[in-house]
Design a protein around this ligand. Structure first.
Ligand code: ZN
Length: 147
């Protein structure tokens, strides 16, 4: 189900004016999950992108509005990652809702951050830059790359 105008009015920490792409094409479960996480973190999340029509992997959850990329303000990235793992679980764990979330870490971004999606199954990964281009690696390898 997509976000409706009234759903956005129930979101505590985000506005539809942020970088969601198309706020009414964002998945409801995804945005409410992000809002819950944001409340637990007690630190602002800056949304880089949400719903998009191009620019991601062919099967990207961004194309269904079930994904957002973001970074957490005011926390060193390692702390943000550790807190995220505490909240929603790390590989190979994940039960309940945590077992239905895709989560990637991107230490090389200008503001290091996360991709989070509600794909309906468990996925964890990371990305690093190798020979000048982004490559997908294991969560642990990307974690090692956090500065
Ligand atoms: Zn993403």
């Amino acid at each position: 189900m997509k976000m409706r105008e009234k759903d956005w009015s129930e979101i505590k920490y985000f506005s539809p004016k942020e970088n969601w792409g198309e706020p009414l094409l964002m998945d409801r479960e995804t945005v409410f999950l992000l809002d819950t996480l944001r409340g637990l973190f007690k630190s602002p999340f800056v949304v880089h992108c949400g719903y998009e029509r191009s620019g991601h992997m062919p099967d990207s959850q961004h194309y269904t509005g079930k994904a957002a990329d973001f970074h957490v303000v005011g926390l060193p990235f390692r702390n943000a990652v550790d807190l995220m793992v505490d909240v929603i679980g790390s590989p190979p764990g994940g039960t309940g809702v945590c077992g239905k979330i895709g989560l990637g870490i991107y230490p090389h971004w200008t503001s290091p951050g996360f991709h989070l999606d509600t794909r309906g199954e468990f996925a964890r990964w990371g990305a690093i830059v190798r020979n000048g281009r982004q490559v997908y690696v294991s969560w642990d390898e990307a974690y090692e790359a956090i500065g």
